[in-house]
Write a protein that binds this ligand. Structure first.
Ligand SMILES: Cc1ncc(C[n+]2csc(CCOP(=O)(O)OP(=O)(O)O)c2C)c(N)n1
Ligand code: SF4
Length: 314
């Protein structure tokens, strides 16, 4: 399906109003614009605090045309669970007609999802709520000044993994949030990237048609946090896929499908060199990042049962 859907097939109606205060070139802004287009109109969006929230809801203005609920940083999944349970209760009591199909989506950043909201997320997945959780991953706590999160990749500079004599950027590896969600035996998980919009659209659609809890992990470039020129957002997002640093895939009822195959990968240096957060890396550290990516690619190919992501081109 992702092969046939093109940008021309997407709805023209905008559901995410301009005039918000997101930075020029913000990857999350692109994601939100297209996620909201892909969602049914009767969807309640439950939003955790983070960059996306504080830049789109400056009272008395809002960018959200869907019904929208603010929830604290740590418990978007708990709030979404409550909304979903309320919809079921209203339906049971006959206050909501059966034909009125109300969906629930929670949106949070990586800090609010990988770290501080993970307990609420686990509860939501475990209890089986019919909610789609979308995490936009800009790989740090950006709204409060670029502190590292459990999603910060190895080697990245952040204000809490500074570059100096003692430290040389982040020394831990990024958490695998998809694996964490899958451990709850959920029916659908997927990764999306703002350089591949029809793929994103198809996955949001599929998730909304799947009953039960599901999670979408969205790659989200951040201009000041990653230290690059605003015009490079889509270039960087594409390079993430072409180098294998980011893999677009979905797992439906346990079966993994890579939706953007990469027959020949570019070396990770192509990706790293465009971002100031990696400027300090030594050749050994770059080599280690290449090895980490090679390992991850081998793991995904194994789960896919074939070589969908190829070797690095020489
Ligand atoms: C319990 C709690 N701790 C800290 C904060 C302050 N805070 C608000 S947003 C934020 C960072 C959000 O990071 P992330 O979820 O990664 O989203 P981003 O800003 O990167 O989009 C923090 C620390 C808070 N609101 N609540
Ligand atoms: S700081 Fe980053 S995530 Fe936040 S609005 Fe700017 S580009 Fe987007």
């Amino acid at each position: 399906m992702s092969k046939t859907l093109t940008l021309r097939d997407l709805p023209r109606e905008e559901m995410f109003a301009p005039g918000h205060r997101m930075c020029q070139g913000c990857g999350a802004a692109l994601l939100m614009r297209h996620i909201t287009k892909a969602l049914p109109k009767n969807t309640v969006i439950v939003q955790a605090t983070g960059c996306v929230e504080v830049t789109t809801t400056l009272y008395p203005e809002t960018s959200w045309m869907h019904p929208w609920l603010h929830i604290a940083f740590e418990n978007a999944a708990a709030g979404a669970s409550g909304v979903e349970a309320a919809v079921r209760a209203l339906r049971r009591k006959g206050s909501l007609p059966p034909e009125k199909d109300i969906k629930v989506v929670a949106i949070g950043g990586d800090g609010g999802t990988f770290d501080i909201g993970i307990q609420a997320l686990s509860g939501m997945l475990e209890r089986g709520h019919d909610v789609l959780y979308i995490v936009y991953d800009n790989e740090a706590y950006m709204n409060t000044g670029i502190q590292r999160s459990g999603a910060t990749p190895f080697g990245a500079w952040t204000t809490t993994t500074p570059v100096g004599k003692a430290w040389h950027g982040e020394w831990r590896n990024k958490k695998d949030i998809i694996a964490i969600a899958l451990a709850h035996r959920v029916p659908y998980v997927a990764t999306v990237n703002p350089a591949y919009i029809p793929d994103l659209y198809m996955k949001v659609n599929k998730a909304m048609q799947t009953l039960g809890p599901k999670l979408i992990h969205a790659y989200s470039p951040c201009v000041p946090g990653w230290r690059y020129e605003p015009s490079l957002t889509v270039t960087i997002a594409k390079l993430a896929v072409q180098t294998g640093i980011w893999i677009n895939y979905e797992i439906e009822k346990g079966v993994l499908n890579v939706t953007t195959p990469v027959p020949k990968r570019k070396p990770v240096t192509e990706y790293l060199k465009l971002q100031g957060r990696f400027r300090h890396l030594t050749s050994e550290e770059t080599k280690k990042i290449q090895e980490l990516v090679d390992e991850r690619v081998a793991y995904i190919n194994k789960l896919a049962g074939k070589e969908v992501i190829g070797p690095v081109e020489s």
